[in-house]
Design a binder for this molecule. Sequence first.
Ligand code: NAP
Length: 251
Amino acid sequence: MGEGGLVTGRVALVTGAGQGIGLAIARLLREHGARVVVSDRDPALAEAAAREAGQGAGPEVVPLACDVTDEAAVEGAVAHAVERFGGLDVMVNNAGITRDATMGKMTVDDFEAVVDVHLKGTWLGVRAAAKVMREARSGSIINISSLSGKSGNFGQTNYSAAKAGIIGLTKAAAKELGPRGVRVNAVQPGLIRTAMTAAMPPDVFAAREADIPMRRAGEPHEVAGAVLFLASDLAGYMTGAVLEVGGGRLM
Ligand code: NAP
């Protein structure tokens, strides 16, 4: 789709893009003409994902190992995009983990690990991208939250807190960066079919699906569509917004 793409020639960095939603985002941005840095904490996964997202695009899609909880690694990933492609137009903070347990069983380590990846990781990504984008006086940052952060999910006090925190972070950053021409938005996916939800017991997954007005889980590419829209000029007057991609779940 290069020529007629929605983000042709733009430079994008996607975290946690080794699989699932992040990989689908990298692939769709590429299909719409972006040059993409595909990053994940596992270098082998990033490598394989870049090959898959690139589908022969070669130098337009590059893999990078980046643990989003590591300040230097996140700064380095942004610097890599700038060195490799000459700038950074789109930053997608997508990396995520779950460590579900009810509070009686959840350890402080479970809490800190989840808050670290989602909240600190997203904050580091927003901050690093903003440094480059505010100089360029343009850019689009998209943070992946979750409907769990809107409504709270049983067994996810850590994850729901972190995902709700991402909304506050998104809105605060949108206020700081709006005058600099940089937009910051969030996407709240519902139940999406990835490795993360494959870990759910099948009966719990089925019960969740039955509760969704559209009566099915979403696919990663359906979240990627909302991200592409926010990355593109179609969303040129949107900042601080939260797009729900949940088939009508938890409206
Ligand atoms: P996924 O398939 O597990 O992919 C997430 C990727 O992020 C994995 O490759 C993971 O690596 C990587 N990652 C984890 N910690 C990282 C770190 N510190 N630095 C860099 N990469 C890291 O999950 P997904 O379902 O695609 O989720 C993507 C995002 O969507 C997450 O933020 C998630 O919370 C959000 N989300 C998902 C759903 C859903 O239903 N699937 C719903 C709402 C929101 P490892 O495999 O090594 O951990």
